[in-house]
Write a protein that binds this ligand. Structure first.
Ligand SMILES: CC(C)(COP(=O)(O)OP(=O)(O)OC[C@H]1O[C@@H](n2cnc3c(N)ncnc32)[C@H](O)[C@@H]1O)[C@@H](O)C(=O)NCCC(=O)NCCS
Ligand SMILES: Nc1ncnc2c1ncn2[C@@H]1O[C@H](COP(=O)(O)OP(=O)(O)OP(=O)(O)O)[C@@H](O)[C@H]1O
Length: 201
């Protein structure tokens, strides 16, 4: 079973992903893959520099994430240009990792994909687990974690589909507004349910 873990920015995907990792599940992390495919000298980073100019490169040849983020989270047209370049490379690497885990004999694999719905990747997974938060908690956690201004946080939140749309498309939702223990209990309940339904199949 391939489980797609998603949600909005700062909803708690990495927090839940860490819990799943501790339970022994193999994790494919799209944010990590997104960093992997833009290593200095990569074809993808070359294309991004062509599209956005060498200003988005640091002196050591790495991508200036803050600068590129400032551009793409404030301009939908630029965001689309970046997505069109980087998403095929991310998808290819995620599928390669999935193949690797399957070859190693893992029966359940977690794909942590923040933009699962935005990129219409539902077909890649068997079950969709959405981590949801209230707007108030999301905003407060994002500002605190990234030290963002209100404007920076709002720009990032509005670059994604509303939380409610993601909840509607989910097979199960974790409401991550309470303690981490409460979040973990919800996770365990969902996993137990899915395990039972699989055994019946
Ligand atoms: C713009 C970049 C350089 C900013 O880097 P930064 O280190 O500040 O953020 P990071 O990569 O940690 O992403 C944080 C979160 O932002 C959100 N986010 C990232 N990219 C996008 C995007 N294109 N559209 C909407 N939300 C996005 C996701 O929720 C992600 O979890 C980076 O996010 C990036 O390369 N984005 C394009 C790749 C992508 O779409 N990644 C999302 C996972 S597929
Ligand atoms: N139940 C909780 N109570 C308080 N803080 C929390 C809770 N869950 C997560 N957090 C905090 O909220 C922030 C966002 O969580 P996390 O990094 O897991 O979100 P994410 O969905 O992976 O974010 P991104 O989309 O940016 O990758 C983190 O600083 C995390 O420590």
């Amino acid at each position: 079973m391939i489980i797609g873990l998603t949600g909005s920015i700062a909803s708690g995907k990495s927090t839940v992903s860490e819990m799943l990792k501790n339970l022994g599940y193999p994790i494919i992390d799209a944010d990590l893959v997104a960093r992997l495919v833009v290593e200095p000298g990569s074809d993808t980073l070359g294309q991004i520099a062509l599209a956005f100019g060498d200003e988005i490169l640091r002196e050591d040849g790495t991508m200036d994430r803050a600068k590129l983020g400032e551009i793409i989270f404030n301009d939908p047209a630029s965001r689309k240009i970046l997505n069109d370049i980087i998403h095929p490379a991310i998808r290819q690497e995620m599928l390669r990792q999935r193949q690797d885990f399957l070859a190693q004999g893992f029966k359940t694999i977690i794909m942590d994909i923040p933009l699962l719905f935005e990129s219409r990747l539902q077909h890649l997974v068997d079950k969709i687990l959405v981590v949801s938060v209230t707007e108030k908690n999301q905003f407060a956690r994002l500002v605190e974690r990234n030290n963002f201004t209100e404007k920076e946080a709002r720009a990032r939140i509005s670059s994604q589909l509303p939380m409610s749309v993601k909840e509607d498309g989910a097979d199960a939702v974790i409401y991550n507004n309470g303690t981490l223990n409460e979040t973990e209990s919800q996770l365990n309940r969902i996993l137990a349910n899915w395990q039972t339904s699989l055994e019946k199949e």
